[in-house]
Write a protein that binds this ligand. Sequence first.
Ligand SMILES: [Zn+2]
Ligand SMILES: [Zn+2]
Length: 442
Amino acid sequence: MNSVVRSVLLASCAVALAGAAHADSKPADVARQKAQIEAGLDKAYGHLDALYKDIHEHPELGFQETRTAAKLAAEMRALGFEVTEHVGGTGIVAIFKNGSGPLVMVRTEMDALPLEEKTGLPYASHAVQTYNGKPTPVDHACGHDIHMAAWVGAAQQLVALKGQWRGTLMFIGQPSEETVGGAKAMLKDGLFARFGKPDIGFAQHVGNGPAGTLSYKPGVNSSASNELVITFHGRGAHGSRPQVSIDPVMEAARFVVDVQTVISREKDPAAFGVVGVGSIQAGSAGNIIPDTAVLRGTIRTYDPDVRAHILEGVRRTANAVAAMSGAPAPEIDLRPGGEAVINDEAVTARTAPVFKAAFGPKAQVSPGPGSASEDYSEFIIAGVPSLFWGLGGYDPKVIADYAARHEPLPSNHSPQFAPAPEPAIRTGVEAMTLAVLNVMGK
Ligand SMILES: [Zn+2]
Ligand SMILES: [Zn+2]
């Protein structure tokens, strides 16, 4: 917790310094800039649409994004950026210098997910890559392809409007967000030592809200995650002779049920916390009691004290169910995944009026943080005061159709996840370009 608090405090100071030299955009500037960006997008959108559909049809898993990275690098070089590839594996860094002023980072992720797309779209993915040693279908089901198209689009518009801002743009294409490893890999490869530490950073994520909308909030914006891998040990035996066994399936079953009391009975009901088991592997046949059961799951929290309490409860429950069976102690691995994204108060306060001026009621303060995790937090912890906002991705008519059928709308990570590209990408380009212009404007 301390390091996060410290980085947020440092972050606020940096923004104050960066902000001192530049006046923020007035509502009239925002309206004029938005009209310029819209006119630019009318010309550029065909290219962005083709880029989006090509990337969507050719998704790549984390740290395997070679085709995607090469494509983005070529786009940025064509715009006049100086591009360095292979930063943190498959990551790219694109720099555009335009006089003295702040260094501003704009981040997209490049990876897709190991799942089979079931949208039936004409540009649906049929890609297969190796995942955990097996050929596996791959799908941009988290919408990182929307972010990439908006990232290139914002770069295009900022170059076109370079007479209106000063400073250095650092556009980064990050590998492997879904494994929560890509941001760390770029930092470890000297991202800030080699290219400079940004004064401010921005990123955005599409979801299944109405396209054309965006949401933002200061402070905690996403959850912290821990992986859960627990191996229960027992003693294997014939299925007809349970008396000579120690049954790890029973231990696993008890654990899956009992661990939920950590959430329902030990945690403050008003505090956010999730423990879920998504995978149980044990045994090979109905008449054999196996000797191990392996559980894999995820733990999500916002508050560090709640997190510590839940981790302790998960450990205690796993040890207790093993002790109850007279089994050896289980192996318990609750390694940390992503940390919570904490939006900088000052950057949010600077950017929110621009979003309000540009998008009116379509820009809203989020009612609360999302339950997902995001490794953009690594850049914040490394000292970049940032704003990470959400973009609506769905055609409002599609949302209404699902509601009329009383069916849940497919969300990120669903094989049916299908944002409407044009309104999502256009809003992403406009929001990102305006946010950057506001902090770099002359
Ligand atoms: Zn995702
Ligand atoms: Zn994502």
